[in-house]
Design a protein around this ligand. Sequence first.
Ligand SMILES: [Fe+2]
Length: 358
Amino acid sequence: MVNLCKASAFSDLTPYEIFQEWEGIPVHRGFIVQDLLHIEMDYWKRKGVRGAFIDLDGSGGVCNTYICEIPAQGMTTPQRHLFEEVILILEGQGATSIWNEGGKKQTLEWQRGSLFSVPLNSWHQHFNGQRKDRTLYIAMTDAPVVLNRYRNLDFVFDNSYTFSDRYCGDPDELSAAGHYVDGFMRGRVWESNFVADVFAFEPKIHEIRGRGNRTTLFELANSTMSPHVSQFPAASYKKAHRHGPGAHVIILTGHGYSFLWEEGKEEEKKRVDWGPMSMFAPPLQWFHQHFNPEPSPARYVALKPYGAKYRIEKVRQGLDFDVGGGGWGGVQIDFENQPKDIHEIFVEECKKKGAQVS
Ligand SMILES: [Fe+2]
């Protein structure tokens, strides 16, 4: 194996960036990907199929995403690695086998909209069982942190340690039905190892973030990463909020827009227009606010490199409170305190789409 530690010494590139060059597939950068289904990919020897990295500005170096296309009747090469990974199926149907070293294989059957995590350092292999069509999945991982820390590809990709405290390989361990965790995060945390379809999953009502808003947070496979699914009604918008880097918002349904800005720079707010399969990630502590000016609901999944079951960041008590209230202040901006032009712009956008603002 090539020596990443040696190659990255006194380099302007991080070990992770050098690793990406060696992998030889496209690296897409920027603020937003408009359509994940139409992104340039190339053959990725490590995976045995085509793929591409997507390193958005808002990832903040704490996580990355990559996309993989498995051809009809194709499969990926078996992998294991010392970074966590959460996967969302974007297109097609197939299955994933997961097993610990020397253990029995378990298989998850998935479709477009399935969401699951690969337990840390467990072997896994993805299959496309369709006769004619490709499957496409996107994964978020914390590979940048792990590769920059250890700088050793043998250690990260060829390590025999089994994390049996996370995944012991019992039959049906990964496919067991999920459940809401009582008395935690206002009852919005769904613990499971496999969500069959985030297009159809009914999220919990969460109107602290806006009228009719629904959001469920997922905890998967004892991972520190946590996706969530959110839906907001026709002709509505959510309150702005802010948090750490790396929350990758992937639009499932609807056409709308979001504003993103740094604290105190509302005048310079950035606008992204999105549709199904757009992806963007709000940068570290930038406020962001999502708008649905259409006469039908909008829905997205956010893949985040941090969750609620195993904390890797300090708990922010002000998660659901206005920045001006609650002592030291929260991380949300209530509607009455939002930038002045927000509502006027929204009303205009609704008019263009024929949606009725209530
Ligand atoms: Fe957010």
